[in-house]
Design a protein around this ligand. Structure first.
Ligand code: HEM
Ligand SMILES: *[C@@H]1O[C@H](CO)[C@@H](O)[C@H](O)[C@H]1NC(C)=O
Ligand SMILES: *[C@@H]1O[C@H](CO)[C@@H](O)[C@H](O)[C@H]1NC(C)=O
Ligand SMILES: *[C@@H]1O[C@H](CO)[C@@H](O)[C@H](O)[C@H]1NC(C)=O
Length: 263
């Protein structure tokens, strides 16, 4: 505190000396300027002092932490944004890979990070090679966008990003095909089916959102977003062909429809 008081007093004296030779007509405005300086001068210095003290404390903490822990400047605490892989990715900027380019990042090349994509967004999952590396429990997710499998759980047939028709796994099976219905009944069934599909699509979105949340900083920030899959023309995206059948496992999990609903 002492230095700031000294400095502000020095300012006032300097101002007074500067003012004194001036004509008396100028005096009132100079005087008011002086009082204004007195109002904000000390408070500005006060803020500077606080910042200086804080900087000193941080420096002290960094120094002590470094000497006591031997290697960490943050007492062993490593927030996500201080991790080298993140900083590297941040400096490099967002990735823009085609599905084919993404396939190189499946963990086989030890010089490349392990990446996977969920609905076109690429995440770095290098932090968990035991899940996503070669031979890992979920290694088949790496190097591709396997969003469909993230929803259906069919890890053999559905390792792709095609979500068309996948909502049917959340829709009841139509057990009454071939039955005769009046026109009124048909209309009603159609409306019900449309409503069901809307709700089912919401469920698919929620499931996908859940995985996106996990890979984008969930799970203690182990994983993080690194870019997008490029799916412009000529990237292979269009070659998906016809809408696929729901896989066995997803079909088996479809909700049934009560006899009353079917009737
Ligand atoms: C749609 C179906 C499923 C998908 C998409 C899926 C996906 C995943 C993924 C991506 C992980 C890694 C999590 C991480 O990175 O920390 C995981 C972990 C795990 N999954 Fe699954 N899984 C599914 C179903 C199942 C089922 C049915 C079982 C049980 C038989 C199971 C057992 C496990 C276990 C034990 C772990 C390790 C959990 C941990 O250590 O945190 N999963 N799953
Ligand atoms: C991504 O890369 C493709 C070429 O592979 C390029 O045509 C496209 O403009 C890029 N997109 C962005 C957002 O950088
Ligand atoms: C990863 O991709 C490379 C190149 O496409 C391939 O040779 C390798 O077998 C793949 N590894 C795994 C574990 O899928
Ligand atoms: C997938 O991403 C597209 C945009 O690229 C978006 O329109 C769509 O709603 C997403 N689907 C899900 C299920 O999140």
């Amino acid at each position: 505190m002492a230095p700031s008081n000294l400095r502000s007093r020095a300012n006032v004296t300097a101002n007074n000396q500067h003012d004194s030779p001036k004509s008396s007509t100028e005096k009132p405005s100079s005087a008011s300027k002086l009082t204004a300086d007195e109002d904000e001068g000390p408070s500005r210095l006060f803020v500077v002092d606080i910042l200086r003290v804080l900087a000193g404390l941080i420096l002290l903490s960094i120094t002590l932490s470094y000497f006591i822990t031997g290697n960490s400047i943050t007492w062993g605490y490593r927030p996500a944004f201080t991790r080298p892989a993140r900083i590297k990715a941040w400096l490099r900027g967002p990735l823009n890979l085609t599905d084919a380019q993404l396939s190189l990042y499946n963990g086989t090349d030890p010089n490349l990070p392990i990446l996977l994509a969920v609905n076109g967004t690429i995440y770095d999952v290098s932090a968990a090679p035991h899940y996503y590396g070669p031979g890992g429990m979920y290694g088949f997710f790496s190097g591709r966008d396997a969003t469909r499998a993230f929803v259906t759980g069919c890890f053999d047939t559905d390792l792709n990003g095609d979500l068309r028709g996948v909502e049917e796994m959340f829709m009841s099976e139509d057990l009454s095909s071939g039955a005769e219905f009046t026109r009124e009944e048909k209309r009603e069934r159609k409306l019900r089916k449309e409503r069901e599909r809307r709700l089912a699509k919401k469920q698919v979105e929620e499931t996908v959102r859940g995985w996106e949340r996990m890979f984008d900083g969930g799970k203690d920030g182990k994983y993080f977003k690194v870019g997008k899959v490029w799916r412009g023309e000529g990237s292979g995206w269009e070659g998906w062909g016809e809408v696929k059948e729901l896989c066995e496992k997803a079909r088996a999990g479809r909700p049934g429809r009560t006899a009353e609903e079917v009737a």
